[in-house]
Design a protein around this ligand. Structure first.
Ligand code: AMP
Ligand code: GLY
Length: 413
């Protein structure tokens, strides 16, 4: 099978490693890719959010399957354009990707499907914002309605900060604060059949101890030894199946990767958000644990044959990834700093570029996603941090407490 992967981040490097390792994948191209992905795939230039350009590239490469990593191309309709050329595509239509592209739409679908989630208001003006903030109280949760690369959400005790963020965003969703540990559950689906992957935990805040601003994600680990045994079947029954049924009922079935972001509240798992693609950096750990060939799984979802796919197989042990970010992330990250020590297995490239002289340099906020597996979580964590120690990047920011609470048994579901 000939596969074209769209995207250029750490998630895409992890997907590329998984696809390249699948014996059924005999040709892999990535566009635009990054220097890490270049080690396992042929790189091509494309504007990832241009549906016609991506579809034309898929035709030129005689691709059998296109895998779309990030949300922006999905929301822009890239999957629709690829499928219109008769090429299988892993990734939802633009209509279905609204589950991520509009928080208000996601809330409407969840309400119609009876999915457990935070009580919320969709607000278009400051009067509605003030009413919602007054009704729900602190801590305030204010979410930009549209795509914001993981930075559209403000959780704050300050009424003033909540009002300011709402004013900056325009259309917002204001919702009840959910307490409890967070879980990311990825579900591969062809619109009807649905296969859950191993739940993972992400670290959204920039600094140790969950301090600092929200980011796209600073690290992750899997599996979650502390999670309740019935977590996955319960979320499939209460959330995933009703949501997929509601999307089919609307005539816009969701096929691809449904990312369910959950808080395990005292009243049970509740949805914090849906995304229409694999999470970054959770994908780096989930795919490190997946033994089943990735290409065949994604192809089954893309061709409506997931019900016939064999059950997934998982490796023993655990995986940890630590994101190394550039100076000033998540503000305006500094780029162009030289990176050394990154050419070793497990160092996944996110925002990197190759300079004309061949040097590897930072080219984005999240630069590397340093990933290791081990026989248990403590061993995987030690190995990941040992790899981080070998990397040099001026001004690098990374958390030192990824997976630490779980290793120390401090997480209570
Ligand atoms: P989102 O982009 O919706 O995942 O939000 C980013 C982060 O903000 C989440 O991972 C949570 O840590 C936090 N967050 C979002 N919504 C809520 C909520 N209703 N209650 C508590 N924290 C939230
Ligand atoms: N790690 C969070 C996300 O991918 O949205």
């Amino acid at each position: 099978m000939r596969v074209l992967l769209i995207g250029s981040g750490g998630r895409e490097h992890a997907l590329a490693i998984g696809l390249a390792a699948d014996p059924s994948v005999d040709f892999l191209a990535a566009a635009p890719g990054n220097p890490g992905i270049a080690q396992v795939a042929q790189l091509r230039q494309v504007t990832a959010t241009d549906p016609a350009a991506v579809a034309a590239l898929a035709v030129e490469l005689a691709a059998d399957l296109v895998v779309i990593g990030p949300e922006a191309p999905l929301v822009a309709g890239v999957a629709d354009a690829v499928r219109a050329k008769g090429i299988a595509c892993f990734g939802p239509t633009a209509a279905a990707a609204r589950l991520e592209g509009s928080k208000a739409f996601a809330k409407e679908v969840m309400a119609a499907a009876g999915v457990p989630t935070a009580r919320s208001y969709s607000c278009d003006d400051s009067a509605a914002v003030d009413r919602a903030l007054a009704d729900l109280g602190a801590p305030y949760v204010v979410k930009d309605d549209g795509l914001a690369a993981g930075k559209g959400v403000v959780v704050t005790d300050s009424l003033e900060d909540a009002r300011r963020h709402a004013a900056d965003c325009g259309k917002v969703v204001i919702e009840e604060y959910l307490s409890g540990p967070e879980v990311s559950l990825f579900v591969v689906t062809d619109g009807t059949a649905a296969v859950p992957l191993m739940p993972a935990q992400d670290f959204k805040r920039l600094a140790d101890g969950d301090a600092g601003p929200n980011t796209g994600g600073m690290g992750a680990y899997a599996p979650l030894s502390w999670a309740p045994d019935d977590l996955v079947p319960r979320v499939m029954r209460e959330t995933v199946e009703p949501t997929l049924a509601e999307m089919r009922r609307r005539g816009t079935p969701f096929a691809g990767l449904l990312y369910v972001g959950l808080a395990l509240t005292p009243d049970g798992p509740k949805v914090i958000e849906f995304n229409a693609r694999f999470g970054d950096p959770e994908t780096q750990v989930v795919l490190a644990m997946l033994e089943t060939p990735l290409g065949g799984l994604l192809q089954a979802a893309a061709t409506g044959t997931l019900a016939a796919h064999p059950p997934l197989r998982w490796r023993e042990g655990a995986a940890v990834t630590v994101v190394v970010a550039s100076a000033d992330y998540p503000g305006t990250p500094r780029t162009g700093d030289v990176i050394t020590g990154a050419d070793v297995p497990g160092v996944i490239h996110a925002g990197t570029a190759r300079r004309d002289d061949g040097a590897l340099v930072s080219a984005g906020g999240r630069v590397l996603s340093v990933t290791a597996t081990g026989p248990d979580l403590a061993a995987a964590r030690d190995s990941a941090y040992a790899l981080v120690d070998g990397v040099r990047l001026d001004g690098a920011q990374f958390r030192t407490d990824i997976a630490l609470g779980a290793v120390e048994g401090r997480i209570q579901a």
